[in-house]
Design a protein around this ligand. Structure first.
Ligand code: XIL
Length: 524
């Protein structure tokens, strides 16, 4: 984490920059050593001007005595400060966007984030660069994220905004760099190594289907899941308005590269837009027959639009996601769906709707996490058994498998064995192996011995999975390379998290060798 006075180091970087009527733009000749990323745009407000930043919403921007940009008078979460980056961003190239934020003294901590507004082909998209992260008056908080576009855009504006607070905020040390992509290694593709076992899949966002990440994805993986782009809030942000563009970028890439597509997810308690649970007057839905019918009608409209758009191009769907809670006496998660139905009846209804509307050959899954633990295993088992007894059209169970490097890999094998009795399909749907120990959130980098331990973990886990290959439809990784893993920011910022096969520079880790050739693992 940077100190409250990061200026000195930045000075050196900006030597030779041409500061002209706004942002300091570095001539390419001033770019750092060949292997480092190219600095395209940098602002530090040391000129005393806003250096190309402008108000987003009716806010006041000023440069304070310390040379930071102060944003005041925010009346909506999207109000903040913005800078135009259109001229620097080419399709298919990855960029790093970094900025520091801090609150003026005396204010309460607030969650802030950085976003790009992308205007292209007559429509506008808001693309998160760095997701909600707590900012305080005590120190500068760094917001760094990667960004890329797949098609040329008319206007790209990078901006800072908040999750819910309307706090004033200080902004400093902004840089836009072009990432110097490393070469993709000439390695045995995972999908070839595992060809006799199961298709190996990967959850991705649109930036991973462009440039070098796309090369890595197509080389190693046989299937994709849309990490966020097929969730209810992505597909139907406003009732009756269906937006498939972002998911389509991923599906088109998959089809062009002979990969299958897994759909995630039709029904979930998270990432579902607020309107879904409100009546026509904007009041929360109640536990009444009329409101149960309304919820099911909404799900039916949602699935109908999806079926019309994708048909059987998505071969399996997570119909319901995370509906089980072993802590409850009935084993079911308390959610808005549960509350309105006064129980779990909505689960069977969701499968019936999906079966009636989606093409016959599309497989219907119930997906959940922690299914390797005996208590969760049992609760999911009981639910699926009950659904089967009631002749609900469920085809399979998805084990998310968000595990950590100390969780016994045999547990997942035991769960897969247990579910065989129910005669359902099974898949591992969201695998990642966290390298965190409790309270290590602030580690700046991953300890090397942890990566070695993770390699051995993947070795053992894939032995467990390959031994059960006949019972697995696919095994999907939740992310392509460490820098884009959701665990970097969930549940808190964890810069050292590295749960996947490939590192921040797209190079194979011990995790890859644990699967493909354990002889390459470092000695214990
Ligand atoms: C995660 C995404 O990866 C994040 O980008 C997003 O901010 C939150 O959701 N279980 C699931 C996935 O079923 O949908 C979640 O994905 C990870 C946990």
């Amino acid at each position: 984490m940077p100190t409250p006075s990061p200026r000195a180091s930045r000075r050196a970087v900006l030597t030779g920059a041409a500061v002209a009527g706004g942002a300091a733009v570095l001539p390419l000749a001033a770019a750092s050593p060949a292997h480092a990323d190219d600095l395209l745009l940098a602002t530090d407000f040391s000129s005393g001007t806003t250096e190309g930043w402008y108000a987003r919403g009716a806010v006041a921007l000023s440069v304070n005595a310390e040379g930071s940009l102060l944003v005041e008078g925010r009346t909506a979460t999207w109000n903040g400060a913005a800078i135009d980056i259109t001229a620097h961003v080419e399709a298919g190239v990855r960029y790093r966007l970094r900025v520091l934020m801090r609150l003026p003294s005396g204010l309460d901590a607030a969650d802030l984030r950085t976003t790009v507004q992308r205007d292209a082909a007559g429509s506008t998209a808001y693309e998160t660069v760095k997701w909600n992260t707590a900012v305080t008056p005590d120190a500068w908080t760094e917001f760094t994220g990667t960004y890329s576009i797949t098609q040329p855009a008319d206007l790209l504006q990078f901006y800072v905004e908040s999750a819910s607070s309307l706090t004033p905020v200080l902004v400093d040390e902004f840089t836009l760099t072009r990432i110097q992509e490393p070469e993709i290694q000439d390695l045995l593709p995972l999908k070839d190594f595992l060809a006799c076992d199961f298709p190996i899949g990967c959850a991705v966002e649109p930036p991973e289907v462009a440039g070098k990440p796309a090369e890595l994805l197509a080389k190693h993986f046989a299937q994709v899941t849309t990490g966020n782009q097929m969730k209810p809030d992505a597909i139907q942000p406003t009732e009756g308005v269906f937006t498939f563009d972002r998911a389509d970028e991923i599906v088109a890439f998959a089809e062009a590269n002979g990969m299958t597509v897994w759909g995630h997810t039709l029904l979930w308690h998270n990432q579902t837009p607020a309107w879904w649970f409100l009546d026509a007057d904007g009041n929360p839905l109640q536990s009444t027959p009329a409101h149960r019918a309304l919820l099911l009608a909404r799900l039916e409209a949602h699935v109908t639009a999806i079926a019309a758009h994708y048909g059987d191009r998505v071969w399996a769907w997570d119909v319901v996601n995370e509906v089980v809670d072993p802590e409850q006496t009935d084993g079911l998660r308390r959610s808005r769906w549960y509350e309105v139905f006064g129980g779990g009846a909505y689960i069977g209804e969701a499968f019936k709707i999906a079966r009636r509307i989606l093409p016959r050959k599309v497989k219907l899954f119930l997906n959940d996490y922690n299914t390797e633990f005996p208590d969760k295993r049992e609760a999911v088992y009981n639910l699926v058994q009950d659904l089967k007894r009631k002749r609900v059209p469920i085809d399979g169970v998805g084990h998310q498998a968000h595990v950590d490097y100390r969780r016994d890999p045999q547990l997942l094998g035991e769960s897969i064995d247990a579910f065989k009795r129910l005669r359902v399909l099974q898949a591992v749907t969201e695998l990642d192996v966290s390298v965190s120990d409790h309270m290590e959130e602030s580690l700046p980098a991953t300890p090397p011995e942890r990566l070695a331990a993770q390699g051995r973990y993947y070795q053992e886990l894939f032995t467990v999975l390959r031994d059960r290959a006949r019972h697995l439809e696919s095994v999907t990784m939740w992310g392509l390379y460490d820098a884009v893993s959701w665990l970097r920011t969930w549940p808190v910022s964890r810069p050292h998290e590295a749960p996947l096969f490939f590192d921040d520079r797209l190079q194979a880790k011990a995790a890859y060798w644990g699967v493909v050739d354990p002889a390459q693992l470092p000695p214990e």
